[in-house]
Design a protein around this ligand. Sequence first.
Ligand code: HEM
Length: 415
Amino acid sequence: MTAGLPPGAGAHDDLLTSILHGVPGGDLPAVLRRLREAAPVYRSGLGPFWVLTRHADVQAALRDPRIIKGDDSVADLITAPGFAPRAVPSVTKSPALVFLNPPDHTRLRSLVSAGFTAARVEALRPRVEEITAELLDAAAAQGRAEVLGDLAFHLPVRVIGELVGVPPEDRAQFRALVRASAVALEPGADEAAVVAADRAAKRMAAYFGALVTERRRAPQDDLVSALLAVREGDQQLTRRELVVTVTLLFSAGFETTMNLIGNGLFLLLSHPDQLERLRRDPALLPTAIDEVLRYESPVQVDGGVTTEPVTIGGVTIPEGEWVLTLLGAANRDPAVFGPDAEVFDVGRHPNPHLAFSSGIHYCLGAGLARLEGSVLFARILERFPALRLAPGPPPAWRPGIVFRGLERLDVELGP
Ligand code: HEM
């Protein structure tokens, strides 16, 4: 332990390292539980950052205005001892909602919310149904599917593509670009990953910049045109804000939703009693979706940096230190979810999980993600009563901690 650090600092860096760099064998929830039980407000010895794993502490931190976003703090975290030294992805310095603080965040969020309305999301429902039917038709013809590549990628990318106004022929390229951006946000990413992310960010900015120019010239019934039209008093999105926002909506909306679908189908197929329960009572679908979000949260990490000393869970975190909130750990905290917090229960209610974060950065796309997940799960269960995991080794989790998802998920659809 380094001098000047609180007692216990660094004592569980073995657990932390395996969480941040990937858990061998994939039992992340077990390691999160061990850290939560051993040191719920934990000061790492790897650098100036703290790790919160209890629900109450994570929620308090996410809602605390003294814990803010900031590109310098991201740099502090990912270049801290214990991590390979490297640059910070350029996207963390862009005026994207996720990286902004009030008052800029407040202004931008209000403008974006005015264009990305619940009504605009609900209006997508018929298209979500049609796209789902097309994808399931194609899979049915094969008799089997690799869920992530055949279904879980295509649904969100097509839905967001239509929402934003990206023509179908342009959508395929985004899988690699968004994946490159996501990988570089992982604490364990290397310099090559950051270079690839910056290149991907440039290509997306150029693409969406051209799309904005096009929609300014000839507006259509899509989100880019709606955001161009938003005005609140004398406020309007600048061109750069618009390009960055559209890129964010596009990126934030599919890696995450893809993992909701993949994690959800895997959970249902590996808990046959819960699958059966949901088939018998489809009215449980909304609680089942929330239980998937809780149990295998697609985004595991959130956080910010302290602007002054902040006391959380009885421990005072000094000014200027990074606070990592581990959403997946909070989502299995028995203090909130009871003694069966580790049980996957499709009827769980209430379910105050933090998978969409909490506070001012609460996910703007939660309604859209729920819509896509519920349509896909409903139709796949209805249509394939014999759906099951394909024989073979169990699916593997992708390395990394920010996004939690499977490498691939092979299923047999049955007759
Ligand atoms: C299951 C799917 C999803 C999950 C688990 C998820 C999770 C999250 C989380 C944890 C945050 C907070 C990030 C932070 O504070 O750094 C967030 C923010 C955000 N999400 Fe999602 N998300 C999902 C789907 C979507 C979709 C479909 C969209 C849009 C099409 C979207 C757009 C956004 C945006 C714009 C923000 C930033 C909000 C702000 O900073 O004010 N997300 N999401």
